[in-house]
Design a binder for this molecule. Structure first.
Ligand code: FES
Ligand SMILES: [Fe+2]
Length: 395
């Protein structure tokens, strides 16, 4: 979604101001000499604007979950790349995305989720759109009691946004020209070959309002170095000795380990993926698809981390849990299911303080982007590099 010429020029200037040649040289240096992104990349509101326009808008971004809008006429407002959107399930069962703006005078159309609507009606002058985004009624449009009912699709209609699903996950591509969603997901789907995703059912969610830039949430997620220091329970069943630095495959960061014994909350007490080989029972895998989507796979679950930038120094982190078959909803598994939710909730709470500290630390002007462990830190530096390369302006 290109901005105006002025915006383009202004964002070029932001990029040049923050991603200087020195900064890019530091980012591109070998790990032992590299520095990651500078402080302003985590604190400057204009840098988030640059990210919205040139990182989030051109790619695929997770926008929502089919289970939140299960029936025809269900809709949900969301915001992606700083743009208000609506996700709507149509009469044909398809989920579609639109910009959340009425084409008449520009009112926001939907403020709250809605259910079972045959028409989406703008609260300002009651122009009404069907679930495919087509304008259908304009009351009093030609004068008092001179209503207009519209049968064709001549509009003005809602502005569609490219939207596609992978199982229950709804993705949008604001620019409309990203490579195929399958290509974006391939590093995960290739490695999940053999896991029957159709067995998954939505079981619940939890979320955190994080007082830190979204990149800190990701960098923390993709480095297992801090586990020994912050996560005693995690360490007790997957010690540092079974952990490896994260691997990198293009825009995908991933890791895999096999735990010595299974524990409640991960792999124990709930049904496992159907047909799963014995060797996978104690396996944990996680993936981060640049920039903001992470998923974790254990014998009994598929957990989605949805990282949503809400400001230069605030982030919403949502966790959505999918379990196998009736484990997601049946009373029989209520305790084991709660154990999954509690495990994830407690684990993430353990990270909140350091995320705040990372944000606060970046107000110290002497920090140069860091120096790194040659064993553990390739992933966070590579992540910084992906951000820098996506946003740098080549002269
Ligand atoms: S702004 Fe929506 S109907 Fe007028
Ligand atoms: Fe952590």
């Amino acid at each position: 979604m290109p901005g105006s010429g002025d915006t383009h020029t202004r964002l070029d200037a932001v990029s040049r101001r923050i991603l200087t040649q020195t900064c890019m040289n530091d980012l591109r240096a070998p790990l032992g000499e590299a520095h990651a992104l500078p402080n302003a990349a985590y604190t400057d509101p204009e840098f988030l604007e640059l990210e919205n326009a040139r990182l989030f808008a051109p790619g695929w971004v997770l926008a929502g979950f089919g289970g939140c809008i299960p029936d025809a006429g269900d809709g949900q407002p969301v915001e992606i790349a700083g743009v208000p959107l609506i996700l709507v399930r149509g009469r044909d069962g398809q989920v579609r995305g639109f910009q959340n703006v009425c084409p008449h005078r520009g009112s926001r159309l939907l403020s709250e989720p809605c259910a079972g609507k045959s028409l989406l009606t703008c609260p300002y002058h009651s122009w009404a759109f069907d679930t495919e985004g087509m304008l259908r009624n304009r009351p009093h449009f030609f004068g008092p009691e001179q209503h207009q009912a519209i049968k064709d699709d001549s509009g003005p209609n809602l502005i569609p946004v490219r939207t596609q699903m992978w199982h229950d996950l709804i993705f949008v591509n604001m620019s409309g020209d990203a490579p195929a969603l399958d290509d974006f997901l391939a590093p995960v789907t290739d490695r999940m070959d053999g896991y029957d995703m159709t067995a998954l059912r939505y079981a619940g969610s939890t979320s955190f309002e994080v007082e830190a830039n979204w990149k800190f949430a990701v960098e923390n997620y993709i480095e297992p170095y801090h586990v020994f220091s912050l996560h005693p329970r995690l360490l007790s069943y997957a010690p540092m000795s079974v952990r490896q630095p994260s691997k990198i495959d293009g825009h995908c960061f991933y890791n895999e380990y096999t735990v010595p014994t299974m524990e409640e909350g991960r792999g124990e007490g709930l049904p496992h993926w159907p047909g799963m080989p014995e060797a996978w029972q104690r396996r944990g895998m996680w993936f981060h698809l640049f920039p903001t989507l992470s998923v974790e796979v254990y014998a009994d679950q598929f957990t989605v981390f949805h990282i949503i930038p809400t400001g230069p120094d605030t982030t919403r982190e949502e966790l959505h849990f999918y379990l196998i078959g009736d484990a997601a909803t049946s009373e029989h598994y209520a305790n084991a299911r709660q154990q999954v939710f509690d495990t994830w909730h407690d684990l993430n709470l353990e990270d909140m303080d350091v995320l705040k500290r990372l944000q606060a630390g970046r107000r110290a002007p002497g920090y140069n982007g860091g120096s790194f462990s040659p064993f553990w830190d390739e992933a966070p530096v590579a992540f910084s590099r992906l951000v820098g390369e996506a946003l740098v302006v080549d002269d």
